[in-house]
Design a protein around this ligand. Structure first.
Ligand code: HEC
Length: 407
């Protein structure tokens, strides 16, 4: 399941050759200390440090030397940093990607024997608990929660009661106690008061159908931070449900987390609305690679803040488009390779104004033939989704911003 990077897009290797041929030949060989370190400090180290989500630290020269072959494959193929997503509206914020120039520098450095240069003392910046500035509420999960030691990745829900007053939320962030094992967390609000519960495993769906997703936390994606004057109102006596996706690491890790909230006393002039479009009953026949879609046409002008797709291991790519009333089409986002470990927030660059009578269309491409890594060592079988069956998903969470008065 981990071998998604084997699907290295051919296009990027072609680009690399073109880019390389334009570099003057007499350039001196880059060194780690002078040329590589400034790149990797911002683009690799945030995840690749001890206790980071990356499988090994990439901090010192020795770390890079030891993993050079893999680093070369990952960096030159643009497989790391891991979230490749494009939009016609500008850059969607995820961990910054390597630029063409940085890839060329990496290539020259490795081809030139990967020299160290003047040795310098390096230590990974200890990552702060929260990147959100001055959160006003910190919620704690139960103490002493432990992850499974081994086996397949799994989902687990924990509940935190939120009290008897409504909350006007403007931002939230999750800080896992063990970033190594938590791959992402889906955050939802159940409009009923539930006791703080011991964690229970799920199949990846919130057991309470009235739970409304308010966002996802995933390493490398930006914090869920609403634009000025915009709030999401959590009704009084609600329960926060956190569905965590854990990847066992070989030992029992701390499965607890903290959640930071930023709130305001009064609702903003604009409110965030969360809605889900889903295709809940479908079969992906063995040996086929179908496309499923969900969409809606908009009755009035709508501001799109963010999109969160949900799909699993048979999905290969996801795209979202906006068709204007005049029929011109723009891509909201397009993933090169869908990877269910990296389920994150696709916060649109600026809020996108979709005019009345335009259409949002979300397309999910699935592969259930031998090209799917899930079928690597078995004969493809039908994949079903429906009540009690959730081998695959085809769901898009849409977050829009509306004037408060219109509600
Ligand atoms: C947002 C977090 C994040 C960032 C940033 C990141 N990585 Fe990774 N990296 C991971 C994770 C997690 C894995 C494990 C594979 C997976 O789940 O995609 C990984 C795997 C790897 C691997 C091993 C691949 C394998 O096949 O075993 C290498 C090499 C690597 N990363 C290099 C890099 C380099 C070089 C950079 C910077 C240019 C980088 N990574 C940036 C999170 C990150």
């Amino acid at each position: 399941m981990q071998n998604w990077h084997k699907y290295i897009p051919l296009a990027s290797s072609i680009l690399l050759i073109l880019v390389t041929s334009q570099v003057p030949q007499e350039r001196k060989i880059p060194t780690f200390s002078q040329d590589i370190l400034p790149i990797v400090q911002t683009k690799c180290m945030p995840c690749h440090q001890s206790n980071g989500v990356g499988p090994f630290p990439l901090v010192t020269f020795a770390d890079y030397k030891k993993n050079l072959r893999l680093v070369k494959t990952m960096a030159l193929s643009r497989s790391m940093p891991p979230m490749q997503v494009h939009s016609d509206f500008g850059e969607i914020a995820t961990t910054p990607q390597l630029t063409n120039l940085e890839i060329v520098t990496f290539q020259h450095w490795i081809n030139g024997g990967a020299p160290e240069g003047d040795p310098i003392e390096i230590s990974a910046k200890p990552s702060q608990e929260f990147s959100l500035e001055s959160p006003d509420t910190i919620l704690n999960s139960h103490a002493n929660l432990k992850t499974k030691v081994e086996g397949a990745p799994y989902w687990q829900v924990t509940a935190i009661p939120l009290g008897s007053k409504p909350i006007h939320l403007t931002a939230f962030e999750v800080a896992p106690n063990s970033p190594k094992s938590l791959r992402h967390a889906m955050i939802a609000i159940a409009p009923t008061s539930q006791a703080s519960s011991v964690p229970y495993e799920t199949s990846g769906n919130f057991p309470d159908p009235s739970a409304q997703l308010i966002g996802v936390w995933s390493p490398g994606f930006p914090v869920w931070n609403l634009p000025a004057n915009t709030t999401y109102t959590i009704p009084a006596n609600s329960t926060l449900l956190v569905q965590s996706f854990f990847q066992p690491t070989g030992k029992a890790e701390d499965a607890g987390y903290k959640i930071a909230f930023k709130t305001v006393k009064q609702p903003g002039a604009k409110i965030l609305k969360s809605e889900v479009l889903a295709n809940e009953n479908f079969t992906i026949e063995a040996g086929t690679n179908p496309t499923l879609s969900v969409g809606k046409s908009l009755e009035r002008e709508t501001e799109v803040f963010a999109l969160i797709p949900e799909a699993r291991f048979y999905c290969s790519t996801v795209s979202a488009t906006l068709t204007y009333p005049g029929q011109s089409v723009k891509t909201l986002f397009q993933t090169d390779r869908w990877n269910p470990y990296w389920r994150g927030n696709y916060i649109m660059p600026g809020q996108i104004k979709a005019p009345a009578h335009s259409t949002l269309l979300f397309q999910f491409n699935y592969a259930n033939d031998e090209s799917c890594p899930m079928n690597a060592d078995k004969i493809p079988a039908d994949i079903k989704s429906g009540p009690g069956l959730d081998d695959e998903l085809c769901r898009m969470h849409i977050f829009t911003i509306e004037p408060r008065a219109s509600r």
